[in-house]
Structures are given as C-alpha cells and as structure tokens.
Design a protein around this ligand. Structure first.
Ligand code: NAD
Length: 497
C-alpha cells in the first residue's frame, strides 16, 4: 500500500500513529494511506517554518522570482503526471485537471513578477528635506487550508504569492486529494526553494485547530465550505491572526428573452456539469425570465444533455467523472429526491446512470435537470455541489436580481443577454463578487483577485492577484531626515502647522 507522507523541511515524513484511506472515486478502490499529523508534529512543522523564514525574508525578491520562474517550467514539464495524480484521487477527467493546473500555473507566473509587485511607495519631500516611503514586509509563518475540489489550483492560489512575498508556508491540503501537492513540493525544491520554506502537514480538524491556536502562525488563507470558513475565520480572529476564508456558493445565471439561447445552453451545460458540478463557481441555478424562455431552455438543455458522457477520469471522451465520495453521492441524490417531494419537476434524472463494470463501485451521478424550483425548496437553499442544474422561473429581470441578492451566497453569477443596458443594470445592482456577462464562469485571471461576497467570503481581502500582496505583507512606513544645519529645529511641542 502506498503511504502518503507530510513534507517537512524538504523531506517526506511518513511517520505517525494515524493513517487515513485515500480512495479513487472512479473505481471506489483504496489506493493509498495518508499519514495524519498530531499536535506534536504541528508544533514541529511550525518551528521548521519559523526558522527557515529568518533567512528567506532576507532573500532579494529578484532571487525569489527566479525560483518561481523555474518552478513554472518544472510544473509545465510534469503536467501529465500531475493530471494523473489529480484524476486518481479527485475523479475529474484529465482535460479538466489540465484546465485547473493551467489556472494554477498562471498564479506561479504572477508570483515570478514579485520584484515589480513589492516596489512599495515613495514620496520625496513630505516636509522640508524629509522623505517618506512604505515598504511591504513579510508576515512570518503563513498557513493555507484547502478543499478537495481543486487539488492543484487552490493551493497554488496561495503559496506562490505568500512565499514570493518572503513568508514561509505550511499547507494543510484536503485529506482526500493530497498527492498532487506532495509532488509539487518536490518540484519547488528542485526549482531551488530552501528547505523549510514550504511544508505540508496532513490532517483534519485536530491539525487545523492546532495551527489556528499557535501564536507563531501569523496569517491563515482558507478555502472550503461556508460553515468551516466561518469557523476558521472566527478562530483565527480569536487567536489574533490575519485571515481570509473563502466559502461555498450557489451561482445563478439569468437567461433573458433576447439571449442567444443556443450559446446560453452550451455555456450552461459546461458550467453546471463540468467537474461534476464540484466547482465553487459552478452555475447550479438557471433563472429563466418568462415562461417562453424557460420552456425553450428546458427543451434545448434536455436535447443537448443526451450527449453527456460520464465515467473514468482517464477516458478523454468523458464529459465529467465521479463525485468525490459515496457519502457525497448519496447527499446529492437526497437533494434531487427532496426537490421532487417539494413539488419541482425532474426533467433529467442522473441517479440511474449506467457505467462500465470496471467503474461499478465508483461514485457516479449523471447530469440532472430540475424545473420549477422555488426559493423555498431545500435543494435551492443548499449548495448541492454535484451535477445538478435547477431552473427557477421568474417574470422579470428585477425579480431575478432580487432572487440572487436575497441568496446567502454571493460568489459568482452570469447574465445571458444581447442588451447592453440590461448588462449594465445587472452588473450595477447585483450583490455578488464575480460577475459574468455572457461569461458563465467569471473566474478572475491571476493578475486580478478572486473572492465572493456575503457568506462566500469572510475577511477583507480576496485571494491571489494584487490583494495577495496586501494579505501576505505588512506595511511599514518610514519617514526619514538627515539632520544638517538647515533642519536642526530645536524642541517642538505641537505638530507642524
Ligand atoms: P470543507 O470545508 O469540508 O474542507 C475544507 C478544508 O477544511 C479541508 O482541508 C478540511 O480538512 C478542513 N476541515 C474540514 N472540516 C473541518 C473542521 N470541522 N474544522 C477544521 N477544518 C476542517 O470543504 P470541501 O468539501 O473539501 O470542499 C468543497 C467546498 O469548498 C464547497 O463548499 C466549495 O464551494 C468550497 N470552495 C470554495 C471556493 C471559493 O473560492 N470560494 C473554491 C473551492 C471550493
């Protein structure tokens, strides 16, 4: 049995009392055992990271940048291997794994521009012969806690920028998908990162709590479900840490009567069912404006959904793969049943999906379409996080906007229209952090920043991009004068006026 260890001070550490099974969702087979850390190991890894940061913070940004430039090339050269590791533990098909990896690589590329990003601010002569500047200094030891659904990309949203800013980093990846990051740690070492600057510790709540409670940890980046994001944010604040905690989502797409319906249908199918709907930016609710639009939308979706293929992650012909676990599959199925019980119309049922015998023990659920969903239904209120598209019918754009604004989540949203005025109204009035106009998954590129509103994000700053520089550094403002005969002013008891 393959043992997956921690990564501490440049070495893989497989010791521990507790091991967790890591399975392959495509087949249901247990592939590896993951070493789970205890509090003593958490204490040790923080020591390692703290010590390594003392020298790392003094490494010039240009030298740090060179390491990330080399890391980017190494990741690109090993992308097939990484997609295999992602697919095996997550279940997502290889072209989708490649997509997330490329988004992750863009964040490495951004971190390789760190000398430019850390340039600071300077003002000559804020007073007579007095200059002032702000420089952005690393915080120290920073922690990242990440979800299962993007084994490569979400951690890459965090540590390239945290480390490029001069911090050391401890990653607590999802215990379901640990292998891709362990492999990436080896590549980062090959790229020249000093040992101890990047570390991985595996575990669950016990490890997260130990990291949150330790005074030597200065900041925490979290991505995961809303209840845990809120918990991590509150605990981090209680222990005096800076925290950004990104949570769950329920993303709506409004389909207007003037939309290019064929295009909207294609985009909706990709954004609702891609990656089995296990994306925080998945479009899980289509809001049709008018019954004519709704009827036409349902008819076209039903037709197009016939071509969806679901199966093993390694088969490139598949549209999407298994969901993460048997438990999650049953949860999704329960949401479909509850929608029907509460009066919705099940148009396409993915619960009876047929897969080849070699995949029979995998966790599959087919693309599902539900019509006549209302805001009161349990399936509407929950983040289903599966390949389920629900259609809500409304009479006007204003009603659609109110529905979205009343939702507890505010991660992503999209409007399908040909009307510029409607697009302007939508982007001005909508209370959501990431907005698409005819763009189904408006995920900001690496040189912008990513973050939702309302219960989709706790904390002031978004993740990656320019906000990452602010999050992973502290401002120090220096005001300087070199005394000379002209500026020896004697004692002053009031501010200069
Ligand atoms: P999760 O919240 O269950 O787990 C996330 C991390 O928290 C994992 O590392 C896990 O080990 C840890 N954790 C779990 N329970 C904990 C507890 N009780 N105390 C402390 N730590 C705990 O999330 P998941 O199921 O792995 O991922 C799916 C969720 O992540 C979805 O809700 C999805 O929307 C969200 N997500 C959000 C974004 C975003 O950018 N907003 C991106 C990706 C995923």
């Amino acid at each position: 049995m393959n043992i997956i260890g921690h990564y501490i001070n440049g070495r893989v550490v497989e010791t521990g009392e507790n091991f967790l099974d890591v399975d392959c969702p495509s087949t249901g087979e247990i592939e590896s055992k993951l070493a789970m850390a205890d509090k003593a190991l958490v204490y040790e890894v923080i020591n390692v990271a703290q010590k390594a940061q003392e020298d790392w913070r003094k490494t010039p940004p240009a030298k740090r940048a060179q390491i990330f430039a080399r890391f980017k090339t190494l990741v690109e050269n090993n992308s097939e291997k990484l997609c295999e590791l992602i697919g095996k533990e997550h279940g997502k098909i290889s072209h989708d794994a490649m997509g997330e990896l490329i988004r992750g690589i863009e964040n490495i590329e951004y971190a390789a521009g760190i000398p430019e990003l850390l340039k600071g601010e300077f003002t000559k002569d804020v007073g007579g012969k007095i200059d002032s500047w702000s420089q952005f200094e690393p915080l120290g030891v920073v922690v990242g806690i990440t979800p299962f659904n993007f084994p490569a990309m979400v951690p890459l949203w965090m540590y390239p920028m945290a480390i490029a800013c001069g911090n050391s980093f401890i990653l607590k990846p999802s215990e379901r998908v640990p292998s891709a990051q362990l492999f990436l740690a080896g590549l980062l070492q090959k790229a020249g990162l000093p040992d101890g600057v990047f570390n991985i510790i595996n575990g669950d709540k016990e490890v997260v709590d130990a990291l949150l409670q330790d005074d030597r940890v200065e900041a925490v980046s979290f991505v995961g479900s809303t209840p845990i994001a809120q918990y991590v944010y509150q605990e981090a604040a209680r222990y005096g840490k800076r925290c950004q905690a990104l949570g769950g989502a329920k993303n709506h797409a409004i389909v207007m009567p003037d939309a290019d319906l064929d295009n909207a249908v294609d985009q909706l199918i990709g954004a609702a069912f891609g990656s089995s709907g296990e994306r925080c930016m998945a479009l899980s609710v289509a809001v049709a404006v008018g019954d004519d639009v709704a009827d036409a939308l349902i008819a076209k979706l039903t037709e197009q959904m016939k071509s969806i293929k679901v199966g093993h992650y390694s088969d490139k012909a598949n549209s999407f793969g298994a969901v993460i676990s048997q438990e999650h599959k049953e949860r999704i199925e329960a949401h479909i049943s509850s929608a029907v019980e509460q009066g919705a119309r099940l148009v396409v049922d993915g619960r009876d999906i047929q897969v080849p015998p070699s995949c029979e023990n995998g966790y599959y659920i087919g693309a599902t379409l539900i019509d006549n969903v209302t805001a009161e239904m349990t399936s509407y209120q929950a983040e289903i996080f599966g390949p389920v598209l629900q259609v809500v019918r409304v009479d006007s754009m204003e009603e659609a906007v109110t529905l979205i604004n009343d939702n507890m989540y505010g991660n992503g949203t999209c409007l399908f229209t040909r009307d510029g005025e409607a697009a302007r109204y939508f982007s001005d009035e909508i209370k959501v952090g990431m907005v698409g106009i005819n763009i189904p998954l408006p995920v900001p590129v690496a040189y912008h920043s990513f973050g939702g509103w309302k219960q989709s994000r706790f904390g002031d700053l978004c993740i990656y991009g320019p906000d990452a520089v602010r999050f992973y550094t502290d401002r120090k403002t220096i005001t300087q004068r070199w005394p000379s005969s002209g500026v020896r002013e004697g004692i002053k008891y009031s501010f200069p006026s």
